[in-house]
Design a protein around this ligand. Structure first.
Ligand code: T3D
Length: 269
């Protein structure tokens, strides 16, 4: 059932274990004011803690996915009337927890990119595990146009998604990447017509939500670690993760289902 928080975030936990989070400031292309950023932080923390949630789907209401920081409603700026904007504080408090939670949450997080994703809005899409985009979607590294560096993890994620050369192009020019190009360069996993976006995304999430949730979590941990470890270190880490996976009920069920030539019924435990 859908619940609208006072912070313009729609929260809908579906029976199959998919939690749909909809950024809901359509008049501002779902740009982040303080309230929306803290609401998303809280919703992601709740999603991580709630065992009924086995997959998260993030999308935007209206014609945009998210236009990044609300440039008209910044509360953490011009502190003490000094004329100096303290953006480090804003990033640390408002965006860093969102990006870290998207990457560390041990459940799949899918992004249905319904329209333009600009600035931190694009960064949030990049931090999700899988992106399905509508043909109308686009990505803009808008930061440079307002004299900022790409933030909310964009400098970390974008080169890993599309390679250093392409990432530098997008970050230095701030040019708009349309949906077809996004698919070609690996910025999104799949494209579909806008009318099909939510049904496609929900169907994909429903499969993930019926999957071996612990294994998805462990593979996220392993992939995160693989970004910084050398191979020798990583192989030791991988063995530890597989040791844990091997102790789950879902591993027992997966092997039983294979042996009995039937579909596995994973409990997520
Ligand atoms: O500040 C900190 O805390 C540091 C963190 C920074 C992180 C960042 O995200 S910095 C980057 C911030 N975002 C941008 O610079 C993007 C600004 N928006 C745009 O460039 C364009 O709106 C788009 C390219 C995204 C879409 O263009 P278009 O032509 O499709 O739509 P539009 O007409 O520009 O926007 C529609 C409405 O949304 C409009 O309102 P209005 O005039 O109809 O009342 C526009 O003002 C509003 N809107 C769009 N983006 C933002 C916004 N309002 C506030 N903040 C926005 N970011």
């Amino acid at each position: 059932m859908a619940d609208q928080t006072e912070n313009n975030l729609l929260i809908d936990l579906q029976e199959n274990g998919t939690l749909v989070l909809t950024l809901n400031r359509p008049d501002k292309l779902n740009a982040f004011d303080d309230a929306l950023s803290y609401a998303l932080q809280d919703a992601l923390k709740d999603a991580e803690r709630n065992p009924a949630v086995r997959c998260v789907l993030l999308t935007g209401a209206g014609r945009g996915f998210c236009a990044g920081q609300d440039l008209q409603a910044r509360s953490i700026s011009n502190e003490n009337g000094s004329g100096v904007a303290h953006l480090g504080e804003s990033i640390r408090k408002r965006y860093t927890p969102i990006i870290l939670k998207l990457r560390s949450m041990e459940k799949p997080v899918v992004c249905a990119v319904n329209g333009v994703a600009a600035g931190a809005g694009a960064s949030i899409a990049f931090a999700c595990d899988y992106r399905i985009a509508a043909q109308e979607a686009s990505f803009i590294q808008a930061f440079i146009k307002v004299g900022l560096i790409p933030d909310s993890g964009a400098c970390f994620m974008l080169p890993r998604l599309v390679g250093l050369g392409r990432a530098m192009d997008l970050m230095m020019t701030g040019r708009k990447v349309g949906a077809e190009e996004a698919l070609t360069i690996g910025l999104v996993n799949e494209l579909c017509p806008a009318d099909d976006l939510m049904s496609r995304a929900l169907a994909f999430c429903s499969k993930l939500a019926a999957g071996p949730t612990k294994a998805y979590g462990l593979l996220k941990r392993a992939v995160n670690q693989a970004m910084t470890m050398d191979l020798t270190e990583f192989m030791a880490y991988e063995a530890d993760m597989q040791e844990i996976a091997g102790r789950t009920s879902d591993f027992v069920e997966g092997v039983a289902a294979f042996t009995e030539k039937r579909q596995a019924r994973f409990s997520g435990k």
